[in-house]
Ligand binder design. Structure first.
Ligand code: GLC
Length: 585
C-alpha cells in the first residue's frame, strides 16, 4: 500500500508543537494518548520483561510519532498475577520495572519532550500481597482490617457455601474461602477478577481516604492524569444481592441486554461510584487544573457512560461501544452521533479507541471472517484472520478514528500494524486461561513485546533474546526500522495522520457535518463522508469504489487510489482525508 496520491505533510518541529499544544490547558479534550504496556514496550536490562528505563529511552519514538501523551499501564509493586493490575503497593515501583527514581526520571524526560503522562490507578481491588490484605487475613472476622475488603460468612450449616453465586470475570466463583488464623475454615472474600485480587469495600471511609492520598502521591510527582481501572465496579449494590449469571465486564446492550431501564448487575455501574469520582475531581482541582481522569467503564448505553464525565466527575471515558462496533458505515455513524451527543450534553469530549491491552488488536479483529465485537484471543487451531484484509481495514479504521473531533487512544504497536500473536498454550500468562480451565484463551496475543529493529535480538525489544511472551516472525517484518521512511508504511501513515491532525486541529473541530458524495446520503453504499473544520473525510467501508470530488486535494489516504479517466476512485476499505474547493478551511 502506498500513499502516492498524498501531498507531503508540512514539516513541523514535533517536540515544540506538542509542547505548544500542551500549554493551552484542557489538553485532554483533543489529545492523542498512546498506551504503553510496560511489560512489552522496551526492556532496558535484558531480562525479557519491559521496564521504566526501557520506556524512557524510547520516548523519542512517541515524539517522532506525534502523540500528545502516554498512558502507562501499572508498573507498581505487584506479584504480577494479572500483569500488574494486582497492586501490592500503590506508592512504589515493582523491581521488575525499576525503582521509584526511574518513574521520576520517566516523568521528567517525558515532560522535557513535551509529552504528558497518565498513569493507571487500580482502585477496585488490591493484590492479595497488599499489606492491608495480609493484615485482614491475620485479623478476626468483624475486625477493622477485614472491613477494608468484602469479607462475608458463607451460607450452609458450616459456612461452606459461598455467600452468593457471583462469578468472577476471569472465570470460576467470585468468592474464596479463607483459613482463619486458628486454622479453621473461615469467611469468604469477594474477588470480581482473579483470586489474587480481593475487592475493596468502597463504603469504608478508610479506603476512600487512602486512594485520595495515592492520587496526591502521584500528582505531587508530576503525573498529568489517571486512567481509572474498572471504574464501574468499585461500589456494589447494598447487601450484595444474588446474581447467578456470568459476570462480564460489560453491562447493558454491549452484553446483549437491551433497553435503558435494565437493572445493572449488582457489581457494576452502581450510583455510589459517582461520589468517589466527585471526591477525586476535587483532589485534582487542588492542583493546577490541568490534570485529568479517564474512566475504564464498560457501561452501556452511552448515556450511562456520560454520567462518569459530568462536570464534577472524570474528564473522559473510553468509548468501548466504538471499539466493538463492526466496521460498517451505518453502525459507526450511529456510534459517532450517539457518543458526540451524549458527551456534549455533559460538556465532555468524546473519545475514540480501537485497541488496548485487553482486546484482540484491530488489525486481527478486522481480518477475521466475523469482524467486530470483542472476540477471545486466537489459538493455533482457530480460524485465522486474513492478514492483508485485516491490515487494510485497520488502516481505514484508523484514519477514520484519527479524523474525529475529540480525544483518541492508540495502543503500542498499532502504529506498526501489528496483528495479535498466536501465543502457544504453554506460554499463556493471562489468569483467565487457567481460571476458565482453558476455555478462554485470554489477552496475551495483544501483549507480545514490540519489535523495534528487525535484525536485533528480540527485534530490539531488549538487549537479549529474552521475551516474556514469544514474538512471532511477522513482528520482525513489521519492526519499526523496516517501516521508518518507507512511503506508505503503516508507521508513516500514522505519523502523517498525527501531523495533519495537529496542523489542521482535527481533534478540536467544533462540529462534524455528514456530507453527501455524488448526491448520495452519507452511508449510501457503505460510504461515510463528513466535514470537520479541518478536512473532508471519506471512509469507503462498502464494496464498490467511490468517486472522490473533482478538485479536492488528497491529504492522506489509507490505501492506494484508483483512477478512471480524470476521476480518482477510493477503493473499498479505504479512507481518505481531503481538502476540497468546497471545504471551508
Ligand atoms: C481492567 C484492566 C485489565 C485487568 C482488569 C482487572 O479491565 O484493563 O487488564 O485485568 O481491569 O484489574
Amino acid at each position: 500500500m502506498t500513499t502516492t496520491d498524498a501531498a507531503p505533510a508540512p514539516e513541523t518541529d514535533d517536540a515544540q508543537q506538542v509542547h505548544a499544544a500542551g500549554g493551552r490547558g484542557e489538553w485532554w479534550r483533543s489529545a492523542v494518548i498512546y498506551q504503553v504496556y510496560p511489560r512489552s514496550f522496551a526492556d532496558g536490562d535484558g531480562d525479557g520483561m519491559g521496564d521504566l528505563p526501557g520506556i524512557t529511552a524510547r520516548l523519542p519514538h512517541l515524539v517522532e510519532l506525534g502523540v500528545d501523551a502516554l498512558w502507562l499501564s501499572p508498573f507498581y509493586t505487584s506479584p504480577q498475577l494479572d500483569a500488574g493490575y494486582d497492586v501490592a503497593d500503590y506508592r512504589d515501583v515493582d523491581p521488575r520495572f525499576g525503582v521509584l527514581a526511574d518513574a521520576d526520571a520517566l516523568l521528567a524526560r517525558a515532560h522535557e519532550l513535551g509529552l504528558r503522562v497518565v498513569v493507571d490507578l487500580v482502585p477496585n481491588h488490591t493484590s492479595w500481597e497488599h499489606a492491608w490484605f495480609r493484615a485482614a487475613l491475620a485479623a478476626a472476622p468483624g475486625s477493622p482490617e477485614r472491613a477494608r475488603y468484602l469479607f462475608r460468612d458463607g451460607r450452609g450449616e458450616h459456612g461452606e457455601l459461598p455467600p452468593t453465586s457471583w462469578r468472577a470475570v476471569f472465570g470460576g466463583p467470585a468468592w474464596e474461602r479463607v483459613t482463619e488464623p486458628d486454622g479453621t475454615p473461615g469467611q469468604w472474600y469477594l474477588h470480581l477478577f482473579d483470586v489474587s485480587q480481593p475487592d475493596l469495600d468502597w463504603t469504608n471511609p478508610e479506603v476512600v481516604e487512602e486512594f485520595r492520598d495515592v492520587l496526591r502521591f502521584w500528582l505531587d510527582r508530576g503525573v498529568d492524569g489517571f486512567r481509572v481501572d474498572v471504574a464501574h465496579g468499585l461500589v456494589k449494590a447494598d447487601g450484595l444481592p444474588e446474581w447467578d449469571a456470568e459476570t462480564e465486564m460489560i453491562t447493558g446492550t454491549l452484553a446483549g441486554q437491551h433497553g435503558e431501564s435494565r437493572t445493572p448487575p449488582p457489581m457494576w455501574d452502581q450510583e455510589g461510584v459517582h461520589e468517589v469520582y466527585r471526591a477525586w475531581r476535587a483532589v485534582l482541582e487542588e492542583y493546577d487544573g490541568d490534570r485529568m481522569l479517564v474512566a475504564e467503564a464498560w457501561v452501556d448505553p452511552v448515556e450511562r457512560l456520560a454520567r462518569y464525565v459530568r462536570p464534577d466527575e472524570m474528564h473522559q471515558a473510553f468509548n468501548f461501544g466504538y471499539l466493538v462496533s463492526p466496521l460498517e458505515a451505518a453502525a459507526l455513524k450511529a456510534q459517532v452521533e450517539e457518543t458526540s451527543r451524549a458527551m456534549a450534553a455533559v460538556g465532555a469530549p468524546p473519545t475514540w479507541v480501537l485497541s488496548n491491552h485487553d482486546v484482540v488488536r484491530h488489525t486481527t479483529r478486522f481480518g477475521l471472517s466475523a469482524a467486530g465485537g470483542n472476540p477471545d484471543g486466537l489459538a493455533a487451531d482457530d480460524d485465522q484472520p486474513d492478514p492483508a484484509v485485516g491490515l487494510q481495514r485497520a488502516r481505514a479504521a484508523t484514519l477514520l478514528m484519527l479524523a474525529l473531533p475529540g480525544s483518541a487512544y492508540v495502543y503500542q504497536g498499532e502504529e506498526l500494524g501489528l496483528p495479535d500473536a498466536v501465543v502457544p498454550d504453554d506460554a499463556r500468562q493471562d489468569p483467565t486461561w487457567e481460571r476458565s480451565r482453558h476455555q478462554v484463551n485470554g489477552r496475551d496475543g495483544c501483549r507480545v513485546p514490540v519489535p523495534w529493529e528487525a535484525g536485533s535480538p528480540s527485534y530490539g525489544f531488549g538487549p537479549t533474546d529474552a521475551s516474556w511472551l514469544p514474538q512471532p516472525a511477522v513482528y520482525g517484518e513489521l519492526a519499526l526500522d523496516r517501516q521508518r521512511d518507507v512511503p506508505g508504511s503503516t508507521f508513516e501513515m500514522y505519523r502523517a495522520a498525527l501531523r495533519l491532525r495537529r496542523d489542521l486541529a482535527l481533534g478540536s473541530s467544533p462540529d462534524l457535518g455528514w456530507t453527501e458524495l455524488d448526491g448520495a446520503a452519507p452511508v449510501a453504499g457503505g460510504v461515510l463522508a463528513f466535514r470537520t473544520s479541518g478536512a473532508l473525510v471519506v471512509a469507503n467501508l462498502g464494496e464498490a469504489p467511490v468517486r472522490l470530488p473533482d478538485g479536492a486535494e488528497v491529504l492522506l489516504v489509507s490505501g492506494e487510489l484508483e483512477h478512471e479517466g480524470e476521476s480518482r476512485l477510493l477503493p473499498p476499505m479505504t479512507t481518505a482525508w481531503l481538502r476540497g474547493p468546497a471545504d471551508p478551511s
